[in-house]
Design a protein around this ligand. Structure first.
Ligand code: ADP
Length: 486
């Protein structure tokens, strides 16, 4: 089976969130299952400079609405072939994948990700300049959402799967881009790519893809409701027969406390002794009191309301008074960044804050914290709760999306059954979060219960194998449908 996997980020080359992790790990898992999978990614400077063996495999003359581009090929260390679109006009600049250094979206994002979508579709149809033709095109999030539109009706078009990693980001642009990027004007309607008078990349993908997946079964249901459908719930409900939730896995080599080179002492479910050295190292790194018994809460996240960071900041003073310690790593909303930094100044030795993106510190927090905080308002799947479980750091989560599917609340019954894998609260407010923090601390002080909870977490199988097999089933299904329709 040949799969073209189109995405706007792949870890560790370029990463803003979970999409990058999935775009690295899922193709690797498919590759292990003997699938011929190729990743397609824009040629940001970070990507071009990290790859040392790029070879030109195709030249694309300027397509309507886009500058000329080249396709460069390399192979990732895990053996997965990678194609990079070189187009200096659109991708060669400082800043990040979507925004400039000041955190402002690039004004030509429609065209930047229009080109990614356009070339995805080209490689997935008879017009491809390559002699490798995919059986299925796999698109990810709005950045590739136009590919199914371009593929629609193209000669020799492969069927297309669209995965929603986060419906909150939709890629909405002025309608002029429809004509400017060579899209047929008939597609700009309610039953098409139009969203309240604008062009929506996400809606385009959801409307034209042969199958839609999202990253957890619970989120697949939630996005069909007004509360979490971001205006697309009607379309998603209409397409529910071709909408499947497949839980993300994690890269179990990258996130393995038994071998992790980023932590001071490795450990495993067989011998958890090393965990306390990691706690001490984290306390030292964040200038917290070196108290082994004080429960230490960790958080690694984008600073947004989605992640419930506002509520964490609200309870932080009460949490510190319990007493407990708190470590926050992340960046995003400026007000939240300021409030977090102020807390660190107000509670020296008890609250530590690092603003920014720091891969090493994120591993140190997973290993060194006692409890991982993840009170997201909504969470398509979430990866950090899975990492923290693997590191024996039970997550404390709000009951939403993938957090429902991956964390079983700890109580006497679930502990006895051996299924408890964290702490779950249902109502999203400060009082409930604080109650759950207290409940977690009570369990933390019960040494035997805590040890059992840690072991349950660490023994969970969160690898990609099962989920990769579920994607294979979807690929087979759309191929069969297409063959039947031909
Ligand atoms: P989302 O994709 O919504 O941001 P996920 O939990 O699915 O959330 O994935 C987030 C990924 O990004 C995880 O691998 C997490 O460790 C990482 N991450 C988020 N913020 C930071 C940060 N400040 N430093 C390092 N890693 C981060």
């Amino acid at each position: 089976m040949r799969i073209l996997f189109a995405t706007s980020e792949v870890a560790p080359l370029i990463k803003t969130g979970g999409l990058a992790d999935v775009s690295a790990a899922l193709p690797a898992a498919l590759h292990d299952l003997q699938v011929d999978v190729r990743i397609l990614l824009p040629g940001y400077p970070q990507v071009l400079s990290a790859l040392s063996n790029l070879q030109t495999v195709a030249e694309f003359p300027a397509l309507p609405g886009f500058p000329a581009a080249r396709l460069l090929a390399d192979t990732l260390p895990n053996g997965v072939p990678l194609w990079v679109i070189e187009c200096p006009e659109l991708y060669k600049r400082g800043g990040g994948a979507y925004q400039n250094e000041a955190g402002v979206d690039w004004p030509d994002n429609a065209q930047r990700f229009g080109l990614l979508s356009r070339i995805t579709a080209l490689l997935g149809s008879a017009a491809s300049p390559l002699n490798w033709h995919p059986d299925v095109v796999h698109c990810n999030d709005w950045q590739t959402g136009l590919a199914p539109v371009y593929l629609h009706g193209a000669a020799g078009a492969a069927p297309c799967v669209m995965t929603v990693h986060n419906l909150a980001f939709q890629g909405i642009f002025p309608p002029k881009w429809v004509a400017d990027m060579g899209l047929p004007k008939e597609c700009f309607k309610l039953d098409g790519v139009e969203f309240y008078g604008s062009l929506s990349f996400m809606k385009a993908g959801l409307f034209y893809a042969d199958h839609i997946t999202t990253v957890s079964p619970a989120y697949a249901k939630e996005i069909q409701t007004e509360a979490l459908g971001f205006g697309l719930q009607g379309l998603l409900y209409q397409r529910r027969d071709v909408l499947t939730g497949i839980l993300n896995g994690i890269d179990t080599e990258e996130w393995n406390p038994a071998t992790d080179p980023r932590i001071v002492r490795t450990y495993s479910a067989y011998n958890l002794n090393g965990k306390s050295a990691n706690k001490r190292a984290l306390q030292r790194r964040m200038q917290l009191q070196l108290e082994p018994e004080t429960p230490l809460f960790g958080l690694v996240s984008r600073f947004t309301e989605q992640k419930g960071l506002d509520v964490v900041l609200e309870i932080a003073p009460q949490l510190a008074a319990l007493p407990a310690q708190l470590v926050l790593l992340g960046s995003g909303d400026e007000k939240m960044q300021h409030a977090a930094s102020q807390l660190a100044r107000d509670y020296p030795g008890q609250i530590g804050v690092q603003i920014g993106f720091n891969e090493t510190l994120s591993h140190m927090i997973e290993a060194g914290a006692d409890i991982f905080l993840m009170p997201s308002r909504f969470e398509p799947c979430g990866l950090n709760q899975l990492y923290s479980q693997r590191y024996g750091t039970p997550p404390l989560v709000h009951a939403t999306g993938g957090l429902i599917d991956t964390v079983v609340d700890c109580n006497k019954y679930t502990l006895m059954r051996g299924s408890a894998s964290g702490f779950v609260f249902k109502q999203m407010d400060a009082a409930t979060l604080l109650d759950t923090v207290v409940r977690a601390i009570e369990t933390y002080h019960d040494i035997e219960a805590w040890h059992n909870l840690q072991l349950n977490c660490m023994r969970k199988d969160s690898g990609w194998r099962r989920s990769a097999a579920a994607y294979l089933e979807i690929y087979a299904r759309v191929m069969k449908q297409r063959a039947g329709a031909a």
